[in-house]
Design a protein around this ligand. Structure first.
Ligand code: HEM
Length: 244
């Protein structure tokens, strides 16, 4: 049974709400499909919210498992498998269940990376909040955002970061994570092959951190976005984005 409320009223975040660098997680919190304050999110809540926008159970399980792993800043001597983990061991609710807080999603030495679409590199500014200049540049890049446009835009962002950021950290791991973000975005929000994601959907998601329901978007229902589709899309986007 779905755990998200039927009333999908959108409420933008207030300054006291915890938010992340991920426009999709933030949108889910703004719609109350995750706790609106962005805190004490349980794994079933996160899986339910991701399922509600059409993500397949396999992709969702993988993302939630990674996110709920205990974080270590030490990629060399930290516990095996801790890279990418977002929680601290003390992050549990009153019932003792592990919980995630959105303000830990962008923590360093985990998933957050340089060369974001709409966030600055950590060395150049704020890597968590929307950068309005980057957002305008992204939105102005195309009319519909297909695999080609999304991949090509990542390549543009890499060239910009390489020029501006003397301590740029962006290897193959970060490249594939970044392509994965756009692959899942395309899977869930595009209007299908050859069409891409309408600009108005991206304006809602990135500009207002809102699901583009008013704009006509509806989540995939019958065939959700499973791993094989996500994998194929990552490779397709990577082909256009490849910067090395
Ligand atoms: C457990 C689930 C998720 C976690 C933990 C997560 C985490 C993150 C993190 C840490 C970033 C920042 C990366 C950066 O530095 O740019 C990010 C960005 C992003 N995420 Fe998520 N995310 C999740 C689910 C999703 C889903 C389901 C989608 C798509 C439907 C998505 C789409 C994106 C996009 C497009 C960005 C790039 C933002 C930008 O570069 O400006 N995420 N996510």
């Amino acid at each position: 049974m779905s755990q998200h409320p039927k009333d999908d009223s959108y409420q933008p975040a207030t300054p006291s709400d915890a938010r992340s660098p991920c426009p999709v997680l933030n949108s889910l919190a703004n719609h109350g499909r995750l706790p609106h304050d962005g805190r004490n999110i349980t794994a079933p809540q996160l899986r339910s919210a991701l399922g509600s926008i059409g993500l397949g159970a396999d992709v969702s399980a993988l993302l939630v498992w990674r996110a709920f792993t205990i974080h270590s800043d030490d990629s060399e001597f930290g516990p095996h498998g801790s890279i990418g983990g977002l929680r601290d061991a003390s992050d549990v609710n009153a019932a003792g269940e592990p919980v995630l807080h959105l303000d830990k999603v962008g923590r360093p030495h985990a998933i957050e990376h340089d060369v974001s679409v709409t966030r600055q590199d950590r060395a150049l500014g704020n890597p968590i909040a929307l950068d309005t200049a980057l957002y305008e540049q992204f939105i102005g890049f195309a009319r519909q955002f297909g695999v080609k446009e999304l991949g090509s835009y990542r390549k543009v962002r890499y060239a910009e970061s390489q020029k501006a950021n003397p301590v740029l950290k962006f290897g193959r791991r970060e490249h594939y994570i970044a392509c994965g973000e756009l692959a899942v975005l395309w899977s869930l929000f595009s209007e299908g092959k050859g069409k891409g994601i309408p600009k108005k959907y991206l304006e809602a998601l990135f500009g207002e951190e809102r699901l583009p329901l008013e704009e006509g978007w509806r989540p995939r229902k019958w065939v959700k976005a499973y791993l094989p589709e996500a994998g194929a899309l990552i490779l397709a986007i990577s082909r256009y984005a490849w910067p090395f």
